[in-house]
Write a protein that binds this ligand. Structure first.
Ligand code: PHE
Length: 464
């Protein structure tokens, strides 16, 4: 199997695909609602700090590990850790990553499926009727969630689209999709931001987001901000590592990593500005924050001029963003099967995709369709209820930070200074002071921050 590894066709190809992975439901669905739950300002600041201190250095590290090893997450650790202390045990970090990708994709695709339902609603004109009565909108969404067949159907549709793209591989599938989807996504979002600027709630939204009140911040909120910084940047499970393995040697890793982090953060903030401006324009009571996107927003969209067009555009935006993320999740699992199990790409994407699709049915029916599955809740908070909530909680608040911590420790303490320096300067040129700064962040600051938060949550009864 001396086949050459696929590559992105250019610098932009990698940046678009990787930003596509990063920008997704995390930015448009999750960030706004956890910001809302954690009362804005202070939470946003902690999140921005987490991106800078933990997100950026780990993004650099993951891409570096991928491009250096030219492998999937398991293979990368196998190759790079060979002969180092702990040698083959590091592969476990890769396995954790592949497993996390499997788990995240299984429930992520369920939410992504909702966007298809909403595009259909908006285009067919039915959304207008529902959205004129907040109660009708709520009960529509409730019934939709508890209808197991519909949940399964849209989840399957979304998985089908994902499998269909990854099936065609890195250049013809993933990159081609990203080159089309990302510019459309950006244009739609910019239009919506301009639109929100003219709504009466714009000022309140800005105050809510950028005026911190630290007395409202909890330990749980800090963990959530940290966990989310991993989730939103697709870090801690090898997605960026896998995409990095297709990166050309003549492109710069630090520059690409910074661009991706900046784009992702910008989009998350823009999404909040749009959503909160619209919500604060009306005295609208948000009953369940995790469903803002599907119950509150449609109602407010239709209070404003052009509701049908705005809402259709909006759900297309969300669907596109989700699709470029589900692609990267499936690619991690597939590239593992291709490299490590020696499968052909077609077999890998179809088999792994089907396995994830089937596992995802548990989440799909746990939203009200099946009482047993929706009652599971060993963490005991409303947002962690059911198979769906539990998997999301475990994956984003535990698997990703733990994976990220181990990736940071490996890169900082085991990979070797020279190897990192060489890879980071390849395609970039001398890094100067930036290299020691990154080394400090990846060896000390990032592990300390992630470690401290993990320990404080384990010890602290405050949380829950
Ligand atoms: N970053 C994606 C989002 O914000 C989710 C994701 C997580 C994708 C981990 C890949 C890996 O929606």
């Amino acid at each position: 199997m001396a086949q050459e590894r696929s590559q992105w066709t250019g610098r932009l190809g990698f940046i678009l695909a990787a930003s596509g992975s990063a920008i997704g439901l995390g930015n448009l669905w999750k960030f706004p609602y956890i910001t809302y739950e954690n009362n804005g300002g202070a939470f946003v600041l902690v999140y921005l700090a987490a991106i800078a201190v933990v997100g950026v250095p780990i993004m650099v590290a993951e891409v570096l590990l991928g491009r250096r090893s030219q492998k999937n997450p398991v293979g990368a650790f196998r190759v790079l850790a060979a002969g180092k202390p702990g040698g083959k045990w590091w592969q476990a970090v890769g396995f954790l990553g592949v497993l996390t990708g499997f788990v995240i994709l299984s429930y992520y695709s369920v939410v992504a499926g909702w966007t298809i339902r909403y595009i259909l609603l908006a285009v067919s004109g039915k959304l207008a009727g529902l959205a004129h009565h907040p109660a009708a909108m709520q009960s529509f969404f409730g019934e939709f969630l508890s209808n197991p067949w519909q949940q399964i159907f849209f989840h399957c549709l979304f998985m089908g689209a994902t499998i269909g793209i990854v099936y065609f591989g890195v250049g013809r599938g993933i990159e081609r999709a990203a080159r089309f989807l990302m510019p459309v996504l950006l244009s739609i979002l910019v239009m919506l931001v301009v639109y929100s600027f003219w709504t009466p709630g714009f000022g309140d939204a800005m105050r809510f987001l950028f005026r911190p009140n630290f007395s409202e911040l909890t330990t749980g909120g800090v963990l959530e901000a940290l966990g989310h910084s991993f989730f939103t940047l697709s870090l801690g499970m090898g997605a960026m590592l896998t995409y990095g393995s297709y990166m050309r040697k003549r492109d710069s890793i630090p520059r690409a990593a910074l661009t991706i982090c900046a784009m992702d953060t910008m989009i998350a903030i823009m999404a909040c500005i749009v959503m909160f401006s619209i919500i604060f324009s009306f005295d609208f009571e948000v009953t369940k924050s995790s469903t803002i996107l599907f119950t509150t927003l449609p109602v407010v969209f239709f209070q404003l001029p052009g509701g049908s067009a705005v809402s259709a555009l909006f759900y297309v935006l969300v669907a596109f963003a989700a699709l470029t993320s589900t692609i990267s999740l499936l690619e991690v699992v597939s590239s593992y099967a291709i490299d490590e199990l020696g499968w052909r790409r077609q077999r890998a994407t179809l088999t792994m995709g089907a396995a994830i699709l089937v596992f995802g049915i548990l989440s799909a029916v746990s939203l009200g369709g099946n009482a047993t599955l929706s009652d599971i809740n060993f963490i005991g908070r409303s947002s962690t209820a059911g198979v769906f909530g539990t998997l999301d909680y475990l994956a984003s608040n535990w698997f990703l930070p733990v994976g990220g911590l181990l990736i940071a420790l490996f890169t900082g303490w085991f990979l070797g200074r020279e190897a990192s320096k060489e890879e980071l300067e390849e395609g970039n040129g001398p890094l100067g002071w930036a290299f020691p700064l990154w080394r400090f962040l990846i060896r000390i600051a990032a592990p300390a921050a992630v470690g401290a938060i993990i320990v404080s949550v384990i010890l602290g009864a405050e949380y829950q």
